[in-house]
Design a binder for this molecule. Structure first.
Ligand SMILES: Cc1cc2nc3c(=O)[nH]c(=O)nc-3n(C[C@H](O)[C@H](O)[C@H](O)COP(=O)(O)OP(=O)(O)OC[C@H]3O[C@@H](n4cnc5c(N)ncnc54)[C@H](O)[C@@H]3O)c2cc1C
Length: 386
C-alpha cells in the first residue's frame, strides 16, 4: 500500500490544505492527525462567542468524523504525534510507527505564559486558543451562574477581542499589561489610547503600564497581584500574552527552525525533503504572519505544489480587522520600521499612515469611522510577500 500524504494539525491551515488537496486530487490516500478534537471551526469566532453566550457546539461547523467522511481522508483526533523521522519518512505515535509519502506540519502556535500558575488555582486560569479551550472557559463561566469578574492579562489582538466580547456579554473585565496602550504591536500608541478610552467608557478597568506580580487563591477566586502592590479580585483569569509557534517536532527532527517558526521557502518547503509547513507554525521567507488570509493563500499554493504544479505563495497587503465593536480597528502593520507615522482625524476616528523617507505608504492603522478607508489604503500599500 502507498504511504499516505500526512498532515499534522486540524486548524484552519491543516484542514484548509486537506480541502484544497481533495479538490485537486480525488484519489490520493491522505491522513490528518491532530492533538485536539479535530472539529472544523473558525478560530477567529472564538473571541466573538461570549457576548452571545454561544455554546461550543454552535462554533463547530463539522465534527472530525464528518470531515473524514466529506474529504475521504483518515482523520485521527486526540492523537499527538511525538516524533518524525525525515530520513525514514515515518512518524511516531506512542508505540506506532506510521509511514508518510509527504508530510505537512500545520501544528500552529501555543499560548506562551510568562509566569507560573499555582496548582490550587490552575482551574481558574485559562487561555482560549482552540475549541477545546473555549469549551473549558465557557463551562467555567456558566458554572458561576452569574456575570464573572474576569482579569484579562495582555492587550494584544487576542486580549482586546476577548475583553470586548466578555464585556459585551455582561462580565466585569479588568485588563492588565505592561504596555501603555492596547494593541501595541499593531497600531501606534495614539490610536491604542483611543481604543483604551472606548474600553473605559464601556466600564472596563485598564491597568496598563503594569506587570503581573503573581496570582494567588482568594476564596473561590483569584487575587491578581500587580507590580505596584495593588491586587485585583477576579473569578477567572484569561491569559493572552502571545503565541509561540509549535516547532518542537520539527526542531527535534533537525529541521531549520527559530523563534519565528519552521523556516520555509515560498513553496512552503522546509529544510527537510518531503516536509512542508504552513499556518501559524511556518516562517515563510522570514515572515510568520499568524493570520487567516496568509494561511489560506498558503493552503491553495501548497495544494498545487503537492499535486505536481510547483506554486510559490504570495501574501497581499491584507489588513487585520480587529473585532472590537466598541471601537472598530483595522491595521496593516508596516513590514519595516517606517520613517514616520502621519496622524489624521480627531476623537476616536483616527488614521495613522506609516511612510518611508519618500512619503510612500508602508502600512496604516485606522480606528472608528476611519476604518472605511481600509480598501482605498490597502490598494496603495505594498504586499507583505510579493
Ligand atoms: C481568539 C483569536 C482570534 C483570532 N482572530 C483572527 C481574525 O479575526 N482574523 C485573522 O486573520 N486571524 C485571527 N486569528 C489568528 C488565526 O485564527 C490563526 O492564524 C489561525 O487560526 C491559525 O491556524 P493554524 O491551523 O495554523 O493553527 P492552529 O489553529 O493552532 O492549529 C494547530 C493544530 O495542530 C495540532 N497539533 C499541534 N501539535 C500537534 C502534534 N504534536 N500532534 C498532532 N497535532 C498537533 C493542534 O491540535 C491543532 O489542531 C485569531 C486567533 C485567535 C486565537
Amino acid at each position: 500500500m502507498t504511504a499516505p500524504l500526512t498532515i499534522i494539525g486540524s486548524g484552519m491551515a491543516g484542514l484548509g490544505l486537506l480541502r484544497q488537496l481533495r479538490q485537486l486530487d480525488p484519489a490520493r490516500p491522505m491522513t490528518l492527525i491532530t492533538a485536539d478534537s479535530g472539529d472544523d471551526y473558525s478560530k477567529p469566532l472564538l473571541s466573538t462567542g461570549f457576548a452571545k453566550r454561544l455554546p461550543p457546539t454552535r462554533l463547530a461547523a463539522r465534527s472530525a468524523l464528518e470531515v473524514a467522511d466529506e474529504l475521504e481522508a483518515v482523520v485521527r483526533p486526540h492523537t499527538r504525534v511525538e516524533a518524525i523521522d525525515p530520513a525514514a519518512r515515518t512518524l511516531k505515535i506512542g508505540a506506532e510507527t506510521l509511514p508518510w509519502s509527504e508530510l505537512v506540519l500545520a501544528t500552529g502556535a501555543a499560548p506562551a505564559w510568562p509566569f507560573r500558575v499555582p496548582e490550587a488555582i490552575a482551574g481558574r486560569v485559562f487561555s482560549v486558543n482552540d475549541l477545546d479551550d473555549y469549551r473549558a472557559f465557557h463551562a467555567a463561566l456558566e458554572a458561576l451562574g452569574r456575570p464573572a469578574r474576569v482579569a484579562v492579562i495582555g492587550i494584544g489582538l487576542v486580549g482586546c477581542e476577548f475583553a470586548n466580547d466578555l464585556a459585551a456579554g455582561g462580565h466585569a473585565v479588568a485588563l492588565v499589561a505592561p504596555e501603555p496602550a492596547p494593541l501595541p504591536r499593531l497600531i501606534p500608541e495614539a490610536l491604542g489610547h483611543a481604543l483604551g478610552e472606548a474600553f473605559r467608557e464601556a466600564g472596563m478597568a485598564l491597568h496598563t503600564g503594569r506587570t503581573l506580580a503573581g496570582l494567588e487563591a482568594e476564596g473561590e477566586g483569584v487575587a491578581v497581584g500587580l507590580d505596584d502592590g495593588a491586587s485585583l479580585s477576579a473569578d477567572l483569569v484569561l491569559v493572552a500574552t502571545g503565541l509561540k509557534p509549535r516547532t518542537a517536532l520539527a526542531e527535534a527532527a533537525g529541521l531549520r527552525v527559530s523563534q519565528r517558526g519552521i523556516h520555509t521557502d515560498r513553496r512552503l518547503a522546509t529544510s527537510a525533503p518531503g516536509i512542508h509547513a504552513l499556518g501559524d507554525v511556518a516562517c515563510v521567507e522570514g515572515i510568520n504572519a499568524m493570520y487567516v488570509q496568509p494561511l489560506l493563500a498558503s493552503a491553495k499554493a501548497l495544494a498545487k505544489t503537492l499535486t505536481g504544479t510547483p506554486t510559490p505563495v504570495a501574501y497581499g497587503p491584507w489588513p487585520v480587522l480587529v473585532k472590537t465593536p466598541l471601537l472598530p480597528v483595522v491595521a496593516l502593520p508596516p513590514a519595516r520600521v517606517p520613517a514616520r507615522w502621519r496622524l489624521e482625524g480627531e476623537g476616536h476616528d483616527l488614521t495613522a499612515l506609516a511612510e518611508d523617507e519618500e512619503g510612500r505608504l508602508l502600512g496604516f492603522a485606522l480606528t472608528g469611522r476611519a476604518v472605511r478607508r481600509k480598501v482605498e489604503l490597502a490598494r496603495a500599500a505594498p504586499p507583505l510577500l510579493g
